[in-house]
Write a protein that binds this ligand. Structure first.
Ligand code: NAD
Length: 408
C-alpha cells in the first residue's frame, strides 16, 4: 500500500502499511507544554507486589511455536501476560530481559528459562544470535518502547509492543521504518481487538443494532495515590507522556474509533493539571476531548488519574444504545443493548483476550496472517493523541487530515 494516500476509512482499518504520504504528514509536537525532569532510560526495578510465580514451568505445544523474549518484568508482564502463555497454542517464553538480577533468577527459575536465555539490558544485543528467540515482547514503560523495539528489529527479531506504541508519532514512524527495513512484523498489543465483548460490540455497530450512531461517551479514570516523577514512571513525562490519556484513555480513544468505524474530522480538547501536587508535576490529571466525525456523530472522551475509578463506553444511536461498563478491563465485562433490540450480552469469557492476542501474533510471524493491530494503528492513535494535546494547548478546535494528523 506504500505510495497510496489512505482514506479516512483506511485509517480505521489500519491493517495495511502506512503510506509514504501519510508518514510525511504534518507533525505536531506533542506536549510541548510539559517539561520532563529526566530522560527515558532503562532501570531495573524490584519484583512488583502480588506476583504469583508458577510452580511448574510452561511447555511449548507445537513445533512451530514462536519463541518470545519478554523485555521488562513489571506488573503487567508478570501478573497478566506471562501466565497466559500456558493458554496459547503457538507461543512460548524463550527468554527474559531485565535490569534486576534477582528477578532474572526468580522469574527464570519459575518459568524454566535456561540461565543463558536470561539477559540483562546491557546484554540485549546478544539476542541477535540466539536462535531460540523469534520475537520480543516490549513491556517497558512507554517512553522506552521505540528504542527497544528498534533495537530488536536491528537484532532481526519480530516485535509485539505494548500500548501505547510510543510517545510521539515521530517515534512510531521510526519503529515502522525499522520493521520494514528488517522485514520483521510489528504488532501493537491492543488486547480489546481479541476480547469477545468488544469484538461483538464492533459487529453490532456494523450491523446497525442501535441504528445510526449519534453520540459516543467513554471514560477511564482512577485515583492515583501520592507519588512523584522520580518514584513512579506513570507520572514521569519522559516515560509516560501526558499521563492518563496514553495509559488507559487510549482504550476510550480506540473504542470511539472501532465502534463508530470512522476517523474524526475535528477535535476540541482541554487538559487540567493542579499546581503543587507532585503527582501532576509533569503529567495531566484529566484530559477531556470532543470529537466530530464525518457522519455527524460526536464523541466525548474523558480520562483522569484523580477521580474515582470507572471504565465505560456508551454509544447512542437513532434506535437504541450500547452500554459497556466495564468496557475494556482484564475481566468482568458487562454489556447491554437498550432500545429496539434491548438485551444483556455475554459473548464468552473476556480473559481469552490475552492468549488470543499472543496466538494472533504467532500466526502473523509464522503464516504471514494480516495483523489486526499493526504499527500503523499505533501511529494513527499517536497522531490523534497529539491532536488532542495540540487542541488543548491552542485552546481551539483542530481540523484533522484523514490520517489523524492536524491540518495547518
Ligand atoms: P510496571 O511499572 O509494573 O513495570 C515496568 C517494568 O519495566 C519494571 O518492572 C522494570 O522491569 C522495567 N523498567 C525498565 N526501565 C524502567 C524505568 N526507567 N522505570 C520503570 N520501570 C522500568 O509497568 P507495567 O504496568 O507493567 O507497564 C509496562 C507497559 O505495559 C506499559 O507500556 C504499559 O502501558 C503497558 N500496560 C499495558 C496494559 C494492557 O492492558 N495492555 C496494562 C498495563 C500496562
Amino acid at each position: 500500500m506504500v505510495g497510496i494516500v489512505m482514506t479516512r476509512r483506511g485509517f480505521i482499518d489500519a491493517s495495511g502499511a502506512a503510506s509514504a504520504a501519510s508518514l510525511a504528514a504534518i507533525a505536531v509536537p506533542a506536549l510541548a507544554v510539559l517539561e520532563a525532569s529526566s530522560s527515558a532510560r532503562v532501570m531495573g526495578q524490584p519484583m512488583p507486589d502480588g506476583v504469583k510465580l508458577p510452580s511448574t514451568p510452561g511447555r511449548r505445544k507445537r513445533a512451530d511455536s514462536v519463541g518470545i523474549a519478554i523485555v521488562g518484568l513489571g506488573g503487567y508482564a508478570l501478573n497478566q501476560m506471562m501466565p497466559r502463555f500456558a493458554e496459547t497454542e503457538r507461543t512460548h517464553i524463550a527468554a527474559i530481559v531485565s535490569g534486576s538480577p534477582d528477578k532474572l533468577q526468580r522469574v527464570g527459575d519459575a518459568y524454566g528459562i535456561p540461565p543463558d536465555a536470561r539477559y540483562s539490558y546491557e546484554a540485549y544485543p546478544k539476542i541477535a544470535s540466539d536462535k531460540r528467540i523469534d520475537a520480543v515482547y516490549i513491556v517497558l514503560p512507554t517512553g522506552l518502547h521505540a528504542e527497544w523495539a528498534i533495537r530488536a528489529f536491528a537484532a532481526g527479531k519480530h516485535v509485539l509492543c505494548e500500548k501505547p506504541m510510543a510517545l510521539s508519532s515521530a517515534d512510531c514512524e521510526r519503529m515502522i521504518a525499522a520493521s520494514r527495513r528488517a522485514d520483521r512484523k510489528l504488532m501493537i498489543a491492543y488486547r480489546s481487538h481479541f476480547e469477545p465483548y468488544n469484538l461483538e460490540a464492533m459487529q453490532l455497530m456494523k450491523q446497525k443494532a442501535i441504528g445510526d450512531i449519534r453520540l459516543v461517551r467513554t471514560e477511564q479514570s482512577s485515583r492515583m495515590g501520592p507519588t512523584s516523577p522520580s518514584k513512579n514512571w506513570r507520572v514521569n513525562r519522559a516515560l509516560a507522556g501526558g499521563g492518563p490519556l496514553e495509559d488507559y484513555g487510549i482504550y476510550g480513544l480506540q473504542s470511539a474509533l472501532y465502534l463508530t468505524g470512522e476517523m474524526p474530522e475535528s477535535i476540541s480538547a482541554t487538559t487540567f493539571r493542579p499546581t503543587g501536587d507532585a503527582r501532576f508535576a509533569e503529567i495531566f490529571a484529566h484530559v477531556s476531548s470532543q470529537w466530530r466525525f464525518p457522519s455527524g456523530a460526536v464523541a466525548q472522551l474523558v480520562t483522569s488519574y484523580d477521580s474515582a475509578g470507572v471504565n465505560f463506553a456508551q454509544v447512542r444511536g437513532t434506535a437504541g444504545a450500547l452500554m459497556m461498563d466495564p468496557a475494556t478491563s482484564y475481566s468482568g465485562q458487562k454489556m447491554r443493548l437498550e432500545g429496539r433490540d434491548a438485551r444483556e450480552l455475554a459473548p464468552c469469557d473476556p480473559t481469552v483476550q490475552f492468549a488470543r492476542q499472543l496466538d494472533h501474533f504467532a500466526d502473523a510471524v509464522r503464516d504471514n496472517v494480516v495483523i489486526r493491530t499493526p504499527g500503523e494503528m499505533g501511529l494513527r492513535d499517536l497522531r490523534l493523541i497529539e491532536a488532542v494535546y495540540a487542541s488543548a494547548k491552542a485552546g481551539r478546535t483542530v481540523s484533522l487530515a484523514s490520517d489523524g494528523s492536524v491540518r495547518r
